[in-house]
Unconditional design. Structure first.
Length: 135
C-alpha cells in the first residue's frame, strides 16, 4: 500500500543554484547531499513537515536528468511514495497492468530501495516507489 508521499523530485541544472533557491524558498537548510553514481545524479534533500524535497542534478551531459531537462526544462521530475514492501507493491502494480521501469528494486538515494512506474501509465507523472533499505 502506498502510505504517504515520501518526496518530490525536482530536476535542476545546477545543484548549488538549486540549493540556494530552495533554502530561501522553503526557509530551511539542505540537510543532506548525496551522489547516486548508478544514475549519474547528485541529490540534495530538504524536509518540510513529513515530506522531503529532493533536488536532482545530472553529473554527466547525457544522464537521465540532463535528458529530462533538455526535453522538459527544470521542474518536477517525479513523486515518490513510501511503501512497506516494495516487492509486493511492484507485483501488485504489474498485476494491475502498470509498466515498471525496473525489473527489481534498485539502490536509490537516502538509503532507499526504489522502483519507477512508467509515466505512460500514470497520466504523464513519473511515480517512484521507495522503501527504507533493510539493515
Amino acid at each position: 500500500m502506498l502510505y504517504k508521499v515520501e518526496h518530490i523530485g525536482i530536476a535542476v541544472k545546477s545543484l548549488d543554484t538549486g540549493i540556494d533557491l530552495y533554502e530561501k524558498l522553503l526557509q530551511t537548510t539542505c540537510y543532506k547531499t548525496e551522489l547516486v553514481e548508478s544514475e549519474n545524479v547528485q541529490t540534495a534533500f530538504f524536509k518540510i513537515g513529513e515530506t522531503k524535497i529532493e533536488l536532482l542534478a545530472s553529473t554527466t551531459v547525457d544522464g537521465v536528468i540532463a535528458r529530462f531537462i533538455e526535453r522538459k526544462g527544470e521542474g518536477i521530475h517525479h513523486i515518490a511514495y513510501a511503501v512497506d514492501d516494495i516487492l509486493f507493491e511492484m507485483n501488485e502494480l504489474r498485476l494491475k497492468g502498470f509498466t515498471l521501469l525496473n525489473e527489481s528494486p534498485k539502490l536509490g538515494a537516502d538509503n532507499k530501495l526504489v522502483c519507477f512506474v512508467s509515466p505512460k501509465d500514470t497520466n504523464g507523472v513519473l511515480v517512484e516507489l521507495c522503501m527504507d533499505r533493510p539493515d
